[in-house]
Design a protein around this ligand. Structure first.
Ligand code: PMP
Length: 287
């Protein structure tokens, strides 16, 4: 059945939602996005995703396309119209279409941003079989641009990274720069070693994951020790556990890195516990 999607003020059947060929999102990847997960038909960490959206837009001087309350209303309307119980809402804002191709930004008084939202229904998201076995990753060079803290739609290299993982018979790739892991193709990366949860510190080098912020808060509340610093692939391979976080995978154990088992080769207790806490707390606070 066709989804109802949202485009610049209208709710439309997906086949009828059309964007100009001159849209800068299409021509220049000049746009940003957010993915908010849905549990029990409610939005998880919506405030966090909206705050990051506002930051991404302001870093790129793209006008905010709608007020917070309107965006919340659109998210809720789409979840309801598409009967999403578990899954996510994808939101994208581009700098819009000036009706031609030009490197120079169009005048924001004249050209308004394009706002698109659609839902993805994923029954079984919380009770994912992958979370029971854990996933395997390879490492690849991080050759992305220098502002990974801005959530742009320039996803070609992450997409190529997923294909490299697939070709290697594994699930995902961790990106490595100057000998240290930055993050996963579409997630933040962690190890558990020396009794501490270690994950890269925030900077322009990584996306400031909304799930990361929540998981680190829950870990500290549960008296787990957290160390925000870079780590190497060798350190990950010798760690007791590894895992990733993102809005669409929550906390997902990583059991193999570049063909080497991490710990026992099964999901570790810290990752399993953090996944439970994250899902439980998210269900409670979802709106
Ligand atoms: N890093 C990258 C590169 C990502 O694409 C994502 C997910 N979009 C994340 C981290 C995780 O962020 P979040 O927890 O906000 O989904």
């Amino acid at each position: 059945m066709s989804r109802t999607v949202y485009l610049n003020g209208d709710y439309l059947p997906e086949e009828e939602a059309k964007v100009s060929i001159f849209d800068r999102g299409f021509l220049m990847a000049d746009g940003v996005y957010e993915v908010t997960s849905v549990l029990d038909g409610k939005l998880v960490d919506f405030d966090g995703h909206l705050a990051r959206l506002e930051r991404s837009l302001s870093e790129l001087d793209i006008e905010k396309p709608a007020a917070f309350d309107d965006l919340l209303e659109i998210h809720r309307e789409l979840v309801a119209r598409n009967n999403v119980v578990e899954g996510g809402v994808y939101l994208q804002v581009t700098r819009g279409s000036a009706g031609d191709r030009d490197f120079v930004f169009p005048d924001p008084e004249v050209v308004k941003p394009t706002l698109v939202l659609f839902t993805q229904s994923k029954p079984g998201l919380a009770d994912s079989p992958a979370a029971r076995t854990g996933i395997k990753v390879i490492s690849i060079d991080d050759i992305r641009w220098g502002r990974r803290d801005i959530k742009t739609v320039q996803l070609l290299y992450p997409s190529m990274g997923k294909m490299m993982a697939k070709a290697a018979g594994v699930d995902d790739a961790w990106l490595v720069e100057d000998g240290h892991v930055t993050e996963g193709t579409s997630n933040n990366a962690y190890i558990v070693t020396g009794g501490k949860i270690v994950t890269r510190d925030l900077s322009h080098d990584i996306l400031h994951g909304i799930t990361r912020a929540a998981v680190l808060r829950f870990a500290r509340e549960a008296q787990m020790e957290v160390e925000e610093r870079a780590f190497t692939i060798a350190e990950a391979q010798g760690a007791d556990e590894a895992f990733i976080t993102s809005a669409s995978t929550f906390v997902m154990p990583v059991v193999e890195v570049d063909g080497v088992k991490v710990g026992s080769g099964a999901p570790g207790p810290v990752a399993v516990r953090l996944r439970e806490i994250y899902i439980e707390e998210s269900r409670k606070s979802a709106i």
